[in-house]
Ligand binder design. Structure first.
Ligand code: ATP
Ligand code: MG
Length: 467
């Protein structure tokens, strides 16, 4: 149902176009009526001249009959010097003089509008001529209906009719055409109005091929709905995974506490407390990771400072104790603008994972290539199959092999690491390697003055060291 308010495109276009046509029509009609008025005035003047031409010779020759021949829309009277009617056209037969005025002494002709002249009906233009006879000036009155500016009523009604019809037809035509064009838009709107969180699989209809722009709109809306549905599914999955991961330690802790309460004397309280504390540690780790992700999702501002990536990684490696060999290949003076805490968070997760999955060795390298700083963490473990190289970055993803190892991880580490890389305009990917998994972080090199270019970077190579 069309909403007839003034902001509606349909109403505005219909009223607008009709108003323009009405204005144009009024202008054209006025010109037409002025033309008709002029034409009718000329015709009236011709009739007057004709009556003069016919009557004056009769007066002059003395053959003036009392009843003059009738003319269409013209009345004639002849008055002698005593102002007695001596001849007239049939409609004035036996009637007194239609007027009493005559031309001033210096003129033979005068004209007046009388409403009506004596013996006639309606307003008429009366022409008074002096016809000089031997016994003095006779008067010849010729009356014709007064011509209005618009000519005649037929022309006036025609013009009014056209001025009503044309805007009405324009309004109807515009309404139909725009309504037809807006039907697909209305369908899109109606469908969108019905799409709720539970109906996100529905899509708006596309129009026929004559509505290219509307089709583009529908396609864009459907693309947006695709993305919304994807994001919504991801959110649902994320909520369910998060609830599940939070519930497992909670259930375990509750069972332990209930058992302890039921058999307080048989309970080894220090062991039980340690187990419950382990559960709270895990809960705390999950909640911290969720908070970190929420902040990254909300694009919380980073605390960017120029940092030497090689040195940052080196310092982090120095502070950790490892159960396996770490091989370093860290180029110095690879400056990046980064939020140190976040990049260390990323690095720690890569190192934790690598250490967990490595067989004997982890290689950590930093170098500058072109305008990019590259950090690699490669282990010699079982590696990650190509089909899982993207899914491991999804939230709460832990591959079966890792579950078997009971690593205690939440499956959020790589998701957080990738978000951190993206927040720094960089990328984090898993790339081919001869053995094990090779994680590659690429960040743009710092543009700050004094930042190392690729050549400087090579010059400042720190070499390979083992630990
Ligand atoms: N170096 C690696 N070698 C083999 N598999 C790996 C490696 N790094 C990660 N993975 C796989 O990717 C999964 C996701 O890793 P992610 O770091 O996101 O989670 P997590 O380590 O299990 O838990 P946490 O949130 O504590 O980091 C891991 O569970 C593991 O299956
Ligand atoms: Mg991890």
């Amino acid at each position: 149902m069309q909403n007839w308010n003034r902001s509606s495109v349909l109403v505005r276009r219909t009223v607008g176009y009709s108003a323009v046509v009405a204005l144009v029509c009024a202008g054209v009609s006025t010109l037409f009526l002025i033309f008709m008025g002029g034409r009718d005035a000329d015709m009236a003047r011709n009739r007057v001249t004709g009556a003069w031409d016919r009557t004056v010779p009769l007066i002059r020759q003395g053959y003036l009959p009392p009843l003059l021949p009738a003319g269409r829309n013209v009345a004639v009277q002849v008055l002698d010097t005593r102002r007695q009617v001596v001849a007239s056209t049939p409609q004035l037969a036996g009637k007194p003089a239609m007027a009493t005025f005559h031309a001033p002494s210096d003129s033979v002709f005068d004209e007046r509008v009388l409403c009506p002249p004596a013996g006639l009906k309606g307003c008429m233009t009366v022409f008074s001529y002096k016809v000089y006879q031997p016994d003095g000036p006779w008067l010849l009155f010729v009356a014709v209906p007064t011509v209005p500016w618009y000519g005649n009523t037929t022309a006036l009604f025609f013009a009014i009719g056209m001025c009503l019809l044309m805007p009405a037809m324009t309004a109807a035509g515009t309404y139909r055409l725009i309504r037809k064009d807006l039907i697909p838009v209305d369908a899109i709107r109606a469908e969108l109005a019905e799409i709720t969180a539970t109906d996100l699989h529905r899509r708006v209809p596309t129009a026929d091929k004559n509505h290219q722009e509307i089709n583009l709109l529908a396609e864009t809306v459907n693309d947006t709905l695709d993305r919304l549905e994807g994001a919504y599914k991801q959110l649902c999955q994320f909520t369910s995974d998060a609830s599940h991961d939070l519930r497992s330690p909670l259930t375990a802790m509750r069972t332990q506490l209930e058992d302890a309460l039921m058999h307080p004397d048989d309970t080894d309280w220090p062991t039980m407390t340690e187990a419950v504390l382990g559960g709270t540690d895990r809960l705390q780790a999950i909640v911290t990771d969720l908070l970190t992700l929420a902040r990254l999702d909300a694009h919380a501002p980073l605390d960017l400072t120029p940092a030497d990536l090689g040195r940052l990684v080196g310092d982090e490696l120095d502070h950790r104790a490892y159960r396996i060999e770490i091989v370093r290949d860290l180029q110095e003076n690879v400056l990046v603008d980064c939020d140190r805490l976040r990049v260390i968070r990323l690095l720690v997760n890569l190192l934790d994972n690598a250490e967990r999955h490595a067989t004997s060795q982890v290689l950590v390298s930093v170098r500058a290539t072109g305008a990019t700083a590259t950090l690699e963490v490669a282990d010699d473990g079982a590696g990650i199959a190509p089909e899982h190289r993207e899914t491991v970055f999804d939230r709460f993803t832990r591959l079966d092999a890792s579950r078997d190892r009971d690593s205690g991880g939440t499956g959020l580490g790589l998701a957080i690491a990738r978000e951190i890389a993206h927040a720094h305009q960089g990328t984090l990917t898993i790339e081919d390697s001869e053995r094990g998994a090779r994680f590659v972080l690429r960040l743009p090199l710092s543009q700050a003055p004094g930042a190392a270019g690729p050549l400087d970077g090579h010059a400042a190579h720190a070499g390979v060291s083992h630990r």
